[in-house]
Design a protein around this ligand. Sequence first.
Ligand code: NAD
Length: 293
Amino acid sequence: MSVQMTHIKHLVVIGTGLIGGSLALALKRAGCVERVTGVGRSVENLKEAVRLGVIDDFSHDIAAAVSDVDMVLLAVPVAACDQVFAVLATSLPDKAIVTDAGSTKQSVMASAERYLSDVSRFVPAHPIAGTEHSGAAAAFAELFENKKCILTPNEQTDTKAVMQVQAMWEAVGARVKIMSAAEHDDVLAAVSHLPHLAAFAIVNAVGKSDHAFRFAAGGFRDFTRIASSSPEMWRDIALCNQQSIVDKIDALQEELTVLRNALNTHDGDALLDKFTSAKQARDIWMSKYGDKL
Ligand code: NAD
């Protein structure tokens, strides 16, 4: 697919937080957008976004904000997409392209199909970049540089719209990959959603004892960093990719059961096998992809 230059006259970011704010900043820095309007729930956050130069103006009224828009980005927690598409269904100009940044793709596409009479100009996307911080103040222009962004168009998606969204993400330094929404949700359940749920569970398990926290060091900090992520965002991701995540939890539970049995039977060889295969898999992953993370 050939790449074209991006020029967006008016971008509306619905959900002016880390991801929406970072895309706005990055497009501004690249000179690819003339005006960015932020839409959100909290007036303080939106005022801060204007003060920081993330957006040029803001509105609480999606319909009014998109009246002359050429690109709309949904960057709200994924379960909130329903209410946004419900408003866009009656207010979106014909020429406008809609994209999103949601961490689950089948649910967001189902949401678009529920409300939009024409889904051909909705291009589902998920930048594989983020931090554990939330809100416009956490946004920064470099967030997507050299990071992957997955697009999951289907047979209904307009090819030109896909090319425009691809060009937008490439303009901010992302490397675009295209796959099906089902594959996206399965892969992300394994490498992102399961680790987040495991981090929440580990902190809760240990957090019953403040005494233990006092002795936690760098390993615990590294392993649990993602447990500081937005609980609201993660509730939505978990519920919107429920079956894939349940499958990965089952796989993790099986692995923990093997370790538990090995401990109960003092089976050092079994532990060594498991620890060695995990170390080898991670070392190979890091040597192949570590410099692209
Ligand atoms: P964030 O909390 O920083 O920002 C979300 C913003 O949406 C907030 O300002 C919130 O007030 C606003 N919002 C919530 N419900 C709304 C509604 N109904 N209408 C309007 N605004 C609403 O979150 P974020 O990290 O920027 O995540 C945004 C999206 O990007 C989510 O769908 C998330 O799954 C996805 N994502 C997050 C990361 C990450 O690491 N944080 C990475 C990739 C994708």
